[in-house]
Unconditional design. Structure first.
Lengths: 579, 1138
C-alpha cells in the first residue's frame, strides 16, 4: 500500500499548456501578443464597430421588413428608435475587454520571460509592450466614445479570486491614461519600415505610424470635447509625423501615374489596393481577416453564405442614391447629393440598383474585383466562397483629414485674416488631395477649387463653419461604412456645445443635479436627415449628451453593483419587484 | 505503468505458501453399505482445506497416491455418502467405510445479512436509512432498465422518465436536489463497483439531448436485488460520489447444485397514448385565413397564399394542399419487443457459476426508432481452500439504438418527429400527389420559400413567404424514414477479486480477511448520423445537403482495491464488532471525436468518404482518484445496541493542491428497544421496534477537469493575411478557479422500524435534514470587463432539504383459505429551500426577469427561502369580450356625457362583461382627463407597447396601473412535488396471483408549453382542435383568444398553461400462474411460470397534456415541451428451466 499511496493525483491536460509551463520562451510571448490582435479582429468586435460607428448615423438603415425577426433585428430596431434596452446586444463591451485583458496579460507576464529565455531580449520585450499598450489604448478609445464612463482595467485577470468590483472612471481620466500609455509606446514602437509593402504585418501590427495616428485621433477628440487649442496643435503635430513617415515609405511609381504630394494611389488603383488586395501602401492599421462574417452579415447576407437571405441587416441610405455633376459650394450638408460624377468612391461604395429604391446595398469591402470606371453595375455575387476582407481602422487619408479638421478648428475668428486664410488653405489642400485622387480623371478639373472660376466653386470664400462641414463631408465620402461617421458627428456635436463635464461620470453629473448638456441641433438634423417622418421623433428623444452613448451592459451591472447605469436608460431594477 | 501498479497493489497481500515436498506413498480401499466404491474421491488437503493432491478409486474401490505431507488430511467422498476426513500421520494404508448421507428436509435460512458499506451486517443492526427491493417482486414484468422497476417502489426516490423514446433513461432524485448544475442522479453501484456515466462532460443542467443511460448496461434479468442508500451515514462510504444517494445493485450468482438452465421469453407490445386532438386540414386553413386577416385587416392578405386557397385552377400543387392528413398518426406505430434470456447456474463445493445471455429487440412507437440490446454476464466463484477464494465477474453489453434525427446536430436544431407532426399543416400531403390526387411514392416536400411577400407560389416554384415556418419543419414521415441517428455502445466490465483469510477461519477466532480486486470498465460509443439531400431545407450549397456526422467516444477505467476486514472474536459473546480498512484507486481516460462531412454523393452515408468536411471536434479527459475508507460497526447484546462509524478520505485529480483531499465522516446508531427486557410483554404482537439516528457529511466535486489551472490553448488559431507567413496565437482558456471549494452536504436522519406479528407488518419511518453549503453552480456570470463573461464553476450558496419517508409493508395480511393478499405503500415528502445565495448570482439569474418581447418563455427566478423550480407569470383571466372601440362607439351613438359614460362602463363591467380598460382597485374604470376610459396597455414605454383589443387574452393588472408589465408577474406554483411515492397490491389464490403497482406524485405544477404551442394561433403551425372555440366577434364568451399572426401577446407566460402535475399511475398489472412442481418434474422441468402484464395502464390526472410526468432541471421550472410520452404496453412472459 505504501508503494501506491504516492499515486499520481495531479494530472495535467495533454492538449493544453498550464501556466506553470507557459511564459517560457519568445514564441509563447509572440503567440499571446498575436492573440490580442486576433481578439480585436473577431467578428464580434467588427460587427460592433460597424453598428456603433455607422448604423447610428445617416449612412445606414436598419433591417427591412423582409428580414425575419431575430434578436439581432430587434436590437437594431431598438437602436434606430432610440429605445434601447439595457440588455441590447450592442450594449455589450465584453469583446473589447477581452482584447484589453489579453493585452494586460502580456504586459504583466512578458517581462519575466527575459529571465528564462535569453532569446527574448529587452528590445523584443519593449516592442511587445509598445504594441500591447497601443492596442489597449485603441480599445479604451472605442469604449470611451461609445460608453463614456468605463472601468479602467490595467491588471491582468487570471484567477477567480481577484477583485472584480471596479467602478467606472471619468472619460478625461481614461483618455489621459491612454495618451500617456501611447506616448510611452511611441518611444519603443515597432517601425513600419521594417516590413515591405507586401507583408501584412506592416499594417497588421500597431506600428509607430498607427500609434501616432491613434494619438492624433485621441487629441482631436479631446480637443473637440474640451475645446482645447493645445490638443488641436498636438493632433496636427502627430498627423505631420505620420504623413512624413508615410512619405519616406512610399515606393514611387508603384501605384501612381502622376506623382502626387501625398503617397496616395491613383483613383484607378485606389479601390483595388484598399479593398481588394488590402493592406494597401497608404493603409496604417487594419484588422486582418480571412473570414469576415461580420461584414457579410451586416452588408451582404445576414444569414452568412449558407442561408438564403436576400440582403444584409443594414443597407445604405438614399444619400448614396444621387450623384452631382461637379463638386461645388452648394453641395452643403443638408443636401443629399454626396458625390460628384467623376468620384470613383461613389461607384465603389454602394450598389446602385437600376430602379429607384429607398435603400441601396453596400459594395465597399464586398467586392472581389477592382472598380476602375465610373459606371454603375450590380454588385457581384460572392458565391459560396466567403469573404476575407480586412476592417480598416486607420489609413493615410484619415490622418490628412484629421489634420485638416484640427487646422480648421485652430482658426480663431478674432485673429488676422491672413493667418486664418493660411490655416484654411492648408486644410483645404489636404481635403483637395484626398478628393482629387479619387476622381477618375483628376486633370479634368472637376475637383474642389480654392480659387474657382465661379463663386459657386470658389472654396476660399467659405467660412470656418462651412469648412468644418466640408471636412466632415469629405470624411463621409472617404470612410462611409467603415465605422467612423458616428464619431465625426459626435466631435461636431461636442465642438458646438458648452459645459460638458468630462471629469465626472454621467451618473455623478446626474447625482450632482446638473442638467445634462443638450445636443447640438444641427448635428441631430444631420444625423437623422434620411429618416423622413421619424426624424423629429428621434431628434426629440436624443435630448442630451447621455443619449449619445450606449447603455452600460445590464448583465455586468447585476454582477458588479458598483457600476452605474447611464442615467437616461432605465435600469431593469425599475421593473423589479419582490413577487 | 498504471496497470502494473494496480496489479501489484492487489496481489501484494498474497503470500504464497510453499509446502515442503516429503512425498510418501499411501494406499487403501474405500467402501460403503453397498460395497466397494468405484470412482470415489480421495483428496489430500492441507490445514486450510486447500487441495494438495487427489486421486480416484478403481472399480474394486482401491486407491494409491503420493502425499505431500503427513501433517495433511485425507478427505474421502462419494455421491450420496457423507464425507470422511482422516489425518494421515504415520498411517500408510487406509480402509475406509463411508456412511450414507442422511436425507435432510429443505431448510429455510432466515439469518439475513446484508452488505453495508463493505461490512456484512444483520438486518436488525443496520442503523442507516436504506431500503432494498428484491427483484423477484417484479419478475415477469418487462423493463428496459432497472430504473423502471424501481419507480414508485422506494420511499424518497422520485423517478421521472426522460421521454418515451427507446433507451431514454430517467431522471432520479433521492430526497430532493442538493445541487444546482451538476449531475443530481444517484450513484449506481453494481456489485460494489461504481458504475458511472461514461461521459463525464455531459451538461446535466442544460442539455436538451438525452444522455446515455448507464443502467442500460445491466440486464434486468441478471439483477438479484437493489438497495437504495439514503442518508449521509450510509453514503459517506462512497465519499464525494455518493452525495446524491447510492443505488446498489447486486447481480445474481451461481449456487451449489447440479447445473440448471432457465429460459425466459417476453413479448411486449407498445403504443402511444392518445395525444391532443388537432385541427384537420379544413379547420386549419380557415384558422390561417382568420389569423392573417386579424392583425392587418387587409381583405387580400391571403389571396396569394396558394397553399391555403384550394385553388384547383390556378395552382399546380393543388392536390398536395387539399388533404386532411393526420400527421401524428402517420409518425406513430405499434411497437413490438422480443426479449430472450437464458442463464445457466450450478456448481459444486469448489466452484459455483452463473452464465447468462440476453437479447432484446424493441421497436419504437415512433417510426424510425429501434432498440437492440445484447447482454452477457458470467459470475464465477472458486474456493481454492477455506482461506483463499477467487470471485470473478465478466459482463458485456451491446446496445444499438436507432433514433430519430432530433436534437442539435452539426449546430442545427431539429425537433422531435412527434413535435413536427403536431405542428405540420394538416392540409398538406404526406406523399406527392399526382393530378388526380393519387399518392405517388415520393415524399411531398415544399418548394423553397419565396424571397419576399411580393413573390408568391403563383410566380413560380415558391412556397408562400409567410409559410416559411411550416416549410422549415419538414415532412416528419420523410425525416423519420430517410434521416437517422444510429447510436451504438459497447460496455465491458470485468472484475477479479481474491479473498484471503489471514487469521482464523473458524467462528471462535478473530478473523482478518484481505480482499484484493481489480476491475475494468471499458466503454465505446459510436453515433453516426445521416441527413439526406432530399430533406435539405436550403439550397444545395447549404450545410445539410447529404450531411453525415460521426461521433466516437471511448473510455477506459481501471480500478484497484485492497481491503482488510477485521472481525474480532470476543470472549463475552454479548459483544460483536466488525470493521474494515480499504484503499481504493482508479484511473480513467476517455477521448472523443466528431467527424462531419457534407455534400456526399447520393447514396453514400459514410463520413469516411472525402467530401466537403465540416469542422471536426475532439476532446479527451483523464482523471485519477484514490480514497481510503475506514468503516466500523460495534454491537452489544446481539444487536440491541449498535454503533456504526466511518471515515473516508478522497483525493481527486480534479482538484488543485489546496482542495485535493476531502474527508467524509459518517456516524450511525441503532437501539432495538424490542430486545430490552422491559419490552418482553409486547413480544406477542411486536416483532421489531428499533430507533435509528445517523449523521454524516458527503461532498461533491465539479464535473470538469483542470479547473484549478490556467490552461493555454497553444493552437488556438492563426492571424494574418494570405495563406503563408501567418502568426499563430495562443489563448488563455479562462480564469483559474483558485477559490473553488467542495460542495458539502451535512445531514442527519432520525427513524424507527416497527414490525408486528413476526414482521408480517413492517413500518419504516425516516425524517431527514440535509444542509448543503458552498453550492456549486456552473457558468456563473462575472463582470465582462475582466475579459471573460463567466467562470465555469463557483460556490454560490446554501440549500436545505427537509423531508420524511414512510414505508409500510403487509405480507399476507388477509388470509382466507387459498386466498391471500399483500400490500405495500410508500410516501415521501421533501421540501427544498434555497437559504443563501451570492447577491450577484441572484441578480444575474433574476436580473433579466421579464422580457416583454419573449412570449413563450417563463422567467427563471431563484429566490431565497423558496424552493427551486418555481414558476412565475401573469394571471390569465380569459378573453376580452368587447373591443375598446365598442365602448367608444356606444358613447357616440348614445351621446353620453363623460359621467354617464363612466357610469355605463362601470355597470357594463359589473354585469360581467369585459373590455380592455384599466380598472382601479375599487373595481371601477379609470377615466383619463380626455374623458375616455384608460386603454389597457402591454409593456408601456418599451419597444413592445401594445393596446389590448377585444378577443385578446386578459391578464390580471395586479397593481391596477393600467398596463401589463413585470409588476404584474406573480408566483404561480412550484415544479417539485409535495408528495410522491407508490403502492402495490398483490392477490394470491393457490397458484394464481395478480399484482398491481402504482406510483404517484402530488402538489407539483407543470408548464404545458406543448399546449401553449398548440393554442397560440400566432404562427403557421397546426393547432389543437380547442382553438375552434376562439373569439371571433364582439360579445363572444370564450376562454380562447382570437387568432393573430405574429402580433399581440395572447400566449405570454401566464397561469393559463400552468397545470397541476399530480397523478396516480397504474404502472403495472400482472397476472401469473406458478405451475405445480410435481407436474413439472413429470415434464422434466424444474421451473415454469407464465405471466401477462400491462404497463402504464391508466393515469388518473387533471393534467391536460399527454403525460404529467415531466422532470425539472436545475432551477428551471418543469416544462412539458411535447417530448415523446411514455408508451402503453402489454407483456407476455414465459419462464422455464430444467
Amino acid at each position: 500500500m505504501m508503494m501506491v499511496s504516492c499515486l499520481d493525483t495531479i494530472i495535467l491536460p495533454d492538449d493544453k499548456t498550464v501556466d506553470e509551463d507557459f511564459w517560457q520562451n519568445k514564441q509563447q510571448v509572440a503567440s499571446m501578443v498575436t492573440a490580442a490582435y486576433a481578439a480585436m479582429a473577431s467578428n464580434d468586435v467588427m460587427g460592433k464597430l460597424i453598428v456603433w460607428g455607422d448604423f447610428r448615423t445617416d449612412e445606414l438603415l436598419g433591417p427591412s421588413d423582409n428580414v425575419d425577426v431575430s434578436t439581432t433585428t430587434q436590437a437594431l430596431n431598438e437602436i434606430s428608435a432610440v429605445n434601447m434596452q439595457t440588455t441590447n446586444q450592442y450594449a455589450q463591451w465584453s469583446s473589447l475587454y477581452a482584447v484589453i485583458n489579453r493585452c494586460n496579460i502580456v504586459l504583466e507576464r512578458a517581462e519575466a520571460v527575459m529571465n528564462v529565455d535569453p532569446n527574448y531580449t529587452i528590445g523584443d520585450y519593449q516592442v511587445d509592450r509598445s504594441q500591447m499598450l497601443a492596442l489597449r489604448a485603441l480599445c479604451y478609445f472605442y469604449l470611451v466614445r461609445n460608453f463614456r464612463d468605463v472601468p479602467y482595467i490595467t491588471v491582468a485577470y487570471m484567477n477567480s479570486s481577484q477583485d472584480m468590483q471596479v467602478a467606472q472612471s471619468a472619460p478625461a481620466y481614461v483618455l489621459g491614461q491612454c495618451i500617456a500609455d501611447l506616448e510611452e509606446a511611441a518611444q519603443t514602437a515597432l517601425d513600419a519600415r521594417g516590413y515591405s509593402t507586401s507583408e501584412w504585418q506592416r499594417v497588421g501590427w500597431m506600428t509607430n505610424d498607427a500609434i501616432h495616428t491613434l494619438l492624433a485621433d485621441i487629441y482631436l477628440w479631446r480637443a473637440s470635447v474640451t475645446h482645447s487649442l493645445a490638443d488641436y496643435q498636438q493632433c496636427v503635430a502627430y498627423c505631420d509625423k505620420v504623413i512624413a513617415s508615410k512619405k519616406t515609405q512610399h515606393v514611387r511609381g508603384r501605384n501612381e501615374v502622376t506623382e502626387k504630394e501625398y503617397p496616395l494611389a491613383d483613383a484607378a488603383d485606389m479601390y483595388e489596393e484598399l479593398f481588394v488586395e488590402q493592406n494597401a501602401e497608404e493603409s496604417i492599421f487594419e484588422l486582418q481577416s480571412r473570414s469576415n462574417t461580420a461584414v457579410v452579415q451586416y452588408y451582404y447576407k445576414y444569414k452568412s453564405f449558407t442561408g438564403n437571405s436576400g440582403e444584409g441587416w443594414l443597407n445604405a441610405t438614399p444619400i448614396f442614391g444621387n450623384v452631382a455633376s461637379v463638386y461645388n459650394l452648394t453641395t452643403s450638408m443638408s443636401n443629399s447629393t454626396l458625390y460628384a460624377q467623376g468620384d470613383l468612391r461613389y461607384y465603389a461604395s454602394c450598389y446602385i440598383p437600376s430602379t429607384s429604391e429607398a435603400t441601396y446595398g453596400v459594395r465597399k469591402m464586398l467586392s472581389l474585383s477592382p472598380i476602375v470606371s465610373a459606371t454603375t453595375t450590380k454588385r457581384e455575387d460572392l458565391g459560396n466562397g466567403g469573404l476575407d476582407h480586412n476592417f480598416n481602422i486607420y489609413r493615410l487619408t484619415d490622418v490628412m483629414l484629421m489634420k485638416a479638421e484640427a487646422l480648421v478648428q485652430q482658426v480663431d475668428t478674432l485673429s488676422e485674416s491672413s493667418v486664418q486664410e493660411e490655416l484654411l488653405h492648408n486644410a483645404f489642400s489636404l481635403i483637395q488631395a484626398v478628393n482629387s485622387r479619387a476622381l477618375v480623371q483628376s486633370s479634368q478639373g472637376d475637383s474642389l477649387k480654392w480659387n474657382g472660376s465661379t463663386a459657386a466653386t470658389r472654396f476660399r470664400t467659405l467660412s470656418k463653419d462651412q469648412f468644418e462641414e466640408l471636412v466632415m463631408q469629405e470624411r463621409l465620402r472617404e470612410f462611409c461604412f467603415e465605422g467612423r461617421r458616428w464619431y465625426d458627428l459626435m466631435r461636431y456635436n461636442y465642438r458646438h456645445v458648452e459645459g460638458v463635464d468630462y471629469n465626472r461620470t454621467l451618473a455623478e453629473i446626474a447625482d450632482g443635479g446638473t442638467a445634462m448638456v443638450a445636443n447640438y441641433p444641427n448635428m441631430l438634423t444631420l444625423m437623422t436627415r434620411q429618416r423622413g417622418t421619424e426624424a423629429s421623433g428621434v431628434i426629440a428623444k436624443m435630448a442630451n449628451e447621455a443619449f449619445l452613448y450606449m447603455p452600460i451592459p445590464n448583465s455586468d451591472i447585476v454582477v458588479c453593483p458598483v457600476l452605474r447605469q447611464n442615467p437616461v436608460y432605465k435600469d431593469s431594477k425599475e421593473y423589479e419587484k419582490t413577487y | 505503468m498504471k496497470l502494473q501498479k494496480v496489479i501489484l497493489t492487489t496481489l501484494l497481500g498474497l503470500v504464497c505458501q510453499w509446502a515442503a515436498a516429503q512425498g510418501i506413498r499411501i494406499s487403501g480401499t474405500l467402501s460403503d453399505n453397498d460395497g466397494p466404491i468405484m470412482m470415489g474421491n480421495v483428496v489430500e488437503v492441507d490445514a486450510n482445506n486447500r487441495i494438495v493432491s487427489a486421486t480416484q478409486t478403481d472399480f474394486n474401490g482401491n486407491f494409491s497416491m503420493q502425499v505431500k505431507s503427513t501433517k495433511n488430511k485425507l478427505k474421502f467422498s462419494y455421491v450420496g455418502d457423507r464425507d470422511k476426513v482422516i489425518t494421515i500421520g504415520s498411517q500408510t494404508t487406509f480402509k475406509v467405510r463411508l456412511e450414507p448421507a442422511t436425507q435432510l428436509k429443505e431448510v429455510k435460512v432466515i439469518g439475513r445479512r446484508s452488505n453495508a458499506g463493505g461490512l456484512m451486517l444483520q438486518k436488525k443492526e443496520i442503523a442507516t436509512s436504506q431500503q432494498t427491493m428484491n427483484m423477484t417482486e417484479v419478475e415477469g414484468l418487462a423493463f428496459t432498465s432497472a430504473d423502471e422497476a424501481l419507480q414508485g417502489q422506494i420511499a424518497g426516490l422520485d423517478i421521472v422518465s426522460n421521454s418515451g423514446n427507446l433507451g431514454a433513461g430517467s431522471q432520479m432524485r433521492l430526497r430532493g436536489v442538493t445541487t444546482l448544475s451538476a449531475n443530481a442522479n444517484p450513484l449506481i453501484v453494481v456489485d460494489d463497483k461504481i458504475f458511472d456515466n461514461p461521459d463525464e462532460d455531459f451538461d446535466y443542467a442544460n442539455a436538451d439531448e438525452e444522455q446515455y443511460s448507464s443502467l442500460l448496461s445491466v440486464n434486468v434479468e441478471d439483477i438479484a436485488s437493489i438497495t437504495v442508500l439514503k442518508d449521509a451515514a450510509a453514503t459517506a462510504v462512497w465519499g464525494s460520489k455518493g452525495a446524491n444517494g447510492v443505488i446498489q445493485i447486486v447481480t445474481k450468482r451461481g449456487s451449489r447444485g447440479k447445473p440448471r438452465i432457465n429460459f425466459s421469453y417476453k413479448f411486449t407490445g407498445t403504443w402511444q397514448p392518445e395525444g391532443y386532438k388537432l385541427l384537420n386540414g379544413d379547420d386549419y386553413t380557415m384558422l390561417m385565413k382568420e389569423e392573417f386577416y386579424n392583425p392587418t385587416q387587409q381583405a387580400d392578405r391571403t389571396t396569394s397564399m396558394a397553399e391555403l386557397n384550394y385553388d384547383k385552377e390556378g395552382y399546380a400543387d393543388w392536390e398536395n394542399w387539399n388533404n386532411n392528413t393526420d400527421w401524428v398518426d402517420a409518425v406513430t406505430k405499434f411497437g413490438a419487443m422480443h426479449d430472450f434470456s437464458v442463464n445457466l447456474t450450478g456448481g459444486g463445493q469448489k466452484a459455483t457459476f452463473r452464465i447468462s445471455a440476453g437479447y432484446k429487440h424493441q421497436g419504437g412507437t415512433i417510426i424510425g426508432q429501434k432498440f437492440q440490446q445484447f447482454t452477457t454476464r458470467m459470475a464465477l466463484d472458486y474456493n481454492v481452500s477455506d482461506r483463499i477464494r477467487f470471485i470473478t465477474n465478466f459482463a458485456l453489453t451491446y446496445t444499438n439504438n436507432d433514433k430519430n434525427y432530433e436534437g442539435t446536430i452539426n449546430g442545427v436544431s431539429h425537433s422531435s418527429l412527434l413535435g413536427i407532426a403536431q405542428n405540420q399543416a394538416p392540409n398538406m400531403a404526406i406523399y406527392r400527389q399526382d393530378g388526380d390526387g393519387n399518392d405517388t411514392d415520393e415524399y411531398f416536400l415544399m418548394n423553397p420559400t419565396a424571397p419576399n411577400r411580393n413573390t408568391t407560389p403563383y410566380d413560380g416554384f415558391y412556397s408562400s413567404y409567410d409559410l416559411s415556418g411550416i416549410r422549415s419543419l419538414g415532412n416528419p414521415v420523410a425525416i423519420g424514414n430517410l434521416a437517422w441517428v444510429k447510436d451504438q455502445t459497447y460496455r465491458l466490465t470485468p472484475d477479479f477479486t481474491i479473498k484471503y483469510e489471514i487469521l482464523g477461519t473458524e467462528a471462535e477466532k478473530s478473523r482478518l480477511t484481505f480482499n484484493g480486486r481489480v476491475d475494468f470498465d471499458i466503454f465505446a460509443e459510436s453515433k453516426p448520423t445521416y441527413y439526406p439531400a432530399a430533406l435539405a431545407n436550403s439550397s444545395w450549397t447549404g450545410s445539410e445537403y447529404n450531411l453525415t456526422t460521426n461521433y466516437e467516444f471511448n473510455r477506459m477505467k481501471i480500478g484497484g482495491r485492497a481491503e482488510l476486514v477485521f472481525t474480532p472474536y470476543f470472549k463475552n459473546r454479548d459483544w460483536s464488532a466488525t470493521m474494515l480498512l480499504r484503499y481504493e484507486m482508479s484511473t480513467q481516460n476517455s477521448n472523443n471525436q466528431t467527424v462531419i462531412m457534407n455534400h456526399l454523393p447520393n447514396g453514400i452515408t459514410s463520413p469516411t468518404v472525402d467530401a466537403l468536411p465540416g469542422t471536426p471536434s475532439s476532446g479527451n479527459g483523464r482523471s485519477n482518484s484514490q480514497n481510503v475508507l475506514y468503516n466500523g460497526h460495534v454491537s452489544y447484546l446481539d444487536g440491541r445496541y449498535s454503533l456504526g462509524f466511518s471515515l473516508r478520505a478522497d483525493g481527486d485529480s480534479k482538484f488543485g493542491p489546496k482542495e485535493k483531499w476531502a474527508y467524509f465522516p459518517g456516524l450511525s446508531a441503532r437501539w432495538n428497544v424490542i430486545d430490552e427486557p422491559f419490552m418482553k410483554w409486547s413480544k406477542s404482537v411486536l416483532s421489531m421496534f428499533g430507533l435509528r439516528a445517523s449523521w454524516g457529511i458527503v461532498g461533491k466535486a465539479p464535473d470538469k477537469d483542470y479547473l484549478f489551472y490556467n490552461t493555454y490553448n497553444e493552437s488556438a488559431g492563426s492571424y494574418g493575411k494570405g495563406s503563408s507567413n501567418l502568426a499563430t496565437y495562443a489563448t488563455l482558456d479562462g480564469l483559474k478557479l483558485d477559490d473553488l471549494r467542495w460542495e458539502k452536504t451535512t445531514s442527519y436522519n432520525l427513524g424507527f422500524n416497527l414490525g408486528f406479528l413476526n414482521d408480517r407488518f413492517e413500518i419504516d419511518f425516516d425524517y431527514y435534514h440535509k444542509d448543503t453549503r458552498d453550492l456549486l453552480m456552473s457558468s456563473v456570470n462575472i463582470p465582462s470587463f475582466v475579459g471573460y463573461s463567466s467562470v465555469s464553476y463557483s460556490n454560490v450558496g446554501r440549500m436545505t432539504n427537509d423531508g420524511w419517508e414512510l414505508n409500510f409493508n403487509a405480507k399476507k395480511f388477509v388470509k382466507w383459505g387459498k386466498f391471500s393478499m399483500d400490500f405495500g405503500i410508500n410516501i415521501a415528502q421533501n421540501s427544498n429551500l434555497l437559504k443563501e445565495m451570492d447577491e450577484s448570482v441572484l441578480q444575474a439569474i433574476n436580473g433579466t426577469t421579464w422580457d416583454p418581447s419573449k412570449r413563450q418563455t417563463y422567467p427563471v427566478r431563484v429566490q431565497l427561502n423558496n424552493s427551486l423550480g418555481s414558476i412565475y407569470g401573469f394571471r390569465y383571466q380569459g378573453v376580452y369580450q368587447y373591443t375598446y372601440d365598442y365602448l367608444e362607439n356606444y358613447q357616440k351613438e348614445n351621446n353620453l356625457t363623460t359621467a354617464q359614460y363612466e357610469a355605463w362602463i362601470n355597470s357594463f363591467l359589473a354585469s360581467g362583461k369585459t373590455a380592455p380598460v384599466a380598472v382601479g382597485e375599487d373595481g371601477n374604470v379609470i377615466m383619463e382627463n380626455t374623458g375616455k376610459p384608460k386603454h389597457l396597455k402591454y409593456a408601456y414605454g418599451t419597444g413592445y407597447e401594445y393596446d389590448f383589443q377585444g378577443g385578446d387574452a386578459m391578464f390580471e393588472d395586479v397593481n391596477h396601473d393600467g398596463q401589463i408589465n413585470a409588476l404584474d408577474v406573480v408566483y404561480l406554483g412550484n415544479s417539485l412535488p409535495k408528495v410522491n411515492g407508490g403502492f402495490n397490491i398483490s392477490l394470491n389464490y393457490g397458484r394464481w396471483f395478480v399484482k398491481g403497482r402504482f406510483n404517484y406524485r402530488f402538489g407539483n405544477k407543470v408548464v404545458n408549453t406543448a399546449r401553449m404551442a398548440l393554442e397560440n394561433m400566432y404562427g403557421t403551425s397546426n393547432q389543437s382542435a380547442t382553438v375552434n372555440y376562439r373569439w371571433r366577434k364582439d360579445g363572444d364568451v370564450t376562454p380562447m383568444p382570437r387568432a393573430m399572426y405574429a402580433t399581440g401577446y395572447n400566449y405570454i407566460n401566464s397561469d393559463r398553461y400552468v397545470e397541476d402535475g399530480g397523478f396516480v399511475r397504474f404502472q403495472n398489472l400482472q397476472v401469473g400462474y406458478r405451475f405445480d412442481p410435481k407436474m413439472l418434474k413429470k415434464w422434466g422441468l424444474n421451473n415454469l411460470q407464465a405471466y401477462a402484464s400491462m404497463n402504464n395502464l391508466y393515469v388518473w390526472t387533471r393534467y391536460s397534456g399527454v403525460d404529467p410526468e415531466v422532470s425539472q432541471k436545475g432551477y428551471n421550472p418543469a416544462i412539458d415541451s411535447s417530448k415523446t410520452p411514455r408508451s402503453k404496453q402489454f407483456t407476455f412472459t414465459l419462464n422455464f428451466g430444467f
